[in-house]
Write a protein that binds this ligand. Structure first.
Ligand code: CS2
Length: 531
């Protein structure tokens, strides 16, 4: 078990010169119970151990360990890294005995700043899929693992399978995972869905029960998206002609036996900054190399659809288990994530850095209310998938989201939210515009969002700054030499779909774009607000 400690470690508290450890007045520590960590098993594997997974799903599991150790000990997590920089996270966690602190912050000024520090011990270990793909696939094929969960960003669901993935899946289906024939040396790094599909194939071939595949990313119908990816992976294999066994039964098994619950996940988790780490001893009385910084609020709604009903009793620690997640997903993704995206480009162009600054800026604040209440809310109310009883809660939900955005202590960054703008727009924002237009709404606030986004990309390209977007090549091309600017931007059918052909929509965005260009963001906000 590679040095797995029997008794969990204490946060490295800093003692005062006389040797006593005193909590700072505005900091509370959630002290862990003394438990036998050696009894913990991995019932789950999670791909994408970043800040959000550590602040959210791990926090729920940690609470479950505290209140019901005998049950929770079978549901600890083995993390999986698929990206090259995941090795830094693995090293940090390993050096920390697989524990880490969550620092949940709130308050509006120095006198009201509060922090709750919680040390998390629900992670057991972490495997890097690119270092040892077979070990990773075998760990996932272990029948003790009942759930494989994902936080791989919206874009992660579109990464195509590569030749290594096909090879692993084929060998797993043929029962040859551990055969003597070496794998070719120049193999590509396996992808997320390649690893999962190979592990599922190994379980299928060995006659074992499947795992549940649970997405925790912010895309509506995330369970269906996973199911689509898994079944199409198997179909891709057939088309590639790479598999010597019949895939029909495997595909039916993936469709009918594997479960793909949808989830709605929520906790604002900014990237940890160097400043956070450097000021930790002074502000919070302890030190750590990679704490998770987030807001106190957390929420999780999970579709109760697991293979053989096997899952941790998350409902005992505040999660909602339900048959209908879609309403919750739509409401959260639209009123929080889409509003966030609209805010970030407008805020950055207004010269701001943090979410709370944008939220407390009077014109941007009114703009956000317009986005949420006049343009998003009607699409939710009219959406046939929405549970009508939730619709009554839209105004209070919108208010609570804005209050969370105002949290000065959480110091969320606008440029964090600006990342991967193209995929976020495609899977989160574009549906609102389409539905809004169909309802006859002007959608001016959304036109400003897209105009500000285009300006932002243009500005970064001109300044020679990298645009952090998995689709950067596409979105920056219109603003590079030879590009035609906004028209080419709005032409991108893979992002805008049929909106690329909607003349009124295009004129609307162009008008906002020109207004920003000629008169600046403050004036453009006045235009949209009619002030
Ligand atoms: C943000 C999210 O990056 C983004 O798009 O909107 O990370 C957001 O902070 C979380 O979804 C909150 O739950």
């Amino acid at each position: 078990d590679g040095g797995f400690p029997v008794v969990r470690a204490e946060i490295r508290r800093i003692a005062s010169p006389d040797g006593t450890v005193v909590d700072l007045p505005n900091v509370t520590f959630k002290r862990p119970p003394a438990v036998d960590r050696a009894a913990c098993k991995s019932g789950m594997m999670h791909i994408g151990v970043g800040g959000f997974h550590r602040s959210h799903q791990q926090a729920f599991m940690n609470e479950l360990l505290d209140v019901n150790f005998d049950v929770a000990k079978n549901w600890c997590t083995t993390g999986v890294g698929v990206m090259p920089n995941d090795s830094a996270m693995r090293d940090y966690l390993r050096d920390n005995d697989w524990t880490y602190p969550i620092v949940a912050r709130s308050g509006t000024d120095a006198s009201t700043m509060r922090a709750e520090v919680e040390e998390v011990y629900a992670l057991r270990d972490m495997i890097l899929a690119f270092e040892d793909p077979i070990a990773c696939i075998e760990a996932m094929a272990n029948p003790d693992v009942k759930i494989v969960s994902l936080t791989i960003t919206e874009f992660g669901y579109r990464v195509p399978l590569n030749s290594s993935d096909f090879k692993f899946i084929e060998r797993a289906l043929n029962g040859e995972m551990d055969c003597e024939t070496p794998y070719p040396e120049d193999m590509e790094k396996p992808s997320t869905f390649g690893i999962i599909c190979a592990a599922a194939a190994a379980r299928f071939e060995r006659g074992q029960r499947p795992f549940t595949l649970m997405s925790c990313d912010n895309l509506p119908h995330n369970g269906d998206v996973c199911k689509g990816r898994m079944t199409s992976a198997a179909e891709e294999l057939v088309c590639a002609g790479l598999c010597s066994v019949s895939l029909d039964e495997f595909v039916v098994w993936l469709q009918n036996e594997v479960r793909y619950p949808s989830t709605m996940v929520d906790r604002i988790t900014p990237a940890t900054s160097w400043d956070d780490i450097a000021t930790m001893p002074d502000k919070y009385g302890f030190e750590d190399k990679w704490p998770v910084m987030c807001e106190p609020y957390k929420h999780w709604v999970i579709e109760d659809d697991f293979v053989d009903g096997a899952r941790p009793p998350w409902e005992t620690v505040g999660a909602t288990l339900t048959k209908d997640v879609v309403s919750h997903e739509l409401m959260k993704v639209r009123l929080l994530n889409v509003t966030h995206s609209a805010m970030c480009y407008v805020g950055i162009l207004a010269g701001l850095t943090h979410v709370h600054e944008a939220c407390l800026h009077s014109k941007i604040r009114s703009y956000l209310e317009l986005v949420m209440l006049e343009e998003i809310a009607p699409t939710l109310r009219a959406n046939p998938e929405m549970d009508k009883s939730l619709c009554d809660r839209i105004p209070s939900y919108a208010r609570s989201v804005l209050e969370r955005f105002e949290n000065v202590a959480v110091k969320d960054q606008l440029d964090r939210i600006a990342m991967d703008g193209s995929e976020k727009f495609r899977v989160q924002g574009s549906g609102v515009i389409r539905e809004g237009i169909a309802l006859g709404l002007p959608m001016d606030a959304f036109a400003l969002y897209v105009a500000a986004w285009a300006h932002f990309v243009k500005r970064e390209v001109e300044a020679g700054v990298e645009v952090k977007d998995m689709g950067a090549q596409g979105v920056t091309a219109p603003f590079r030499p030879g590009g035609t600017g906004l028209p080419a931007f709005l032409d991108m059918v893979d992002i805008f779909g049929d909106l690329a052909m909607d003349l009124t929509w295009r004129q609307n965005v162009t008008r906002m774009y020109d207004t920003i260009n000629e008169h600046g963001m403050e004036f453009a906000l006045d235009v949209v607000l009619g002030t």
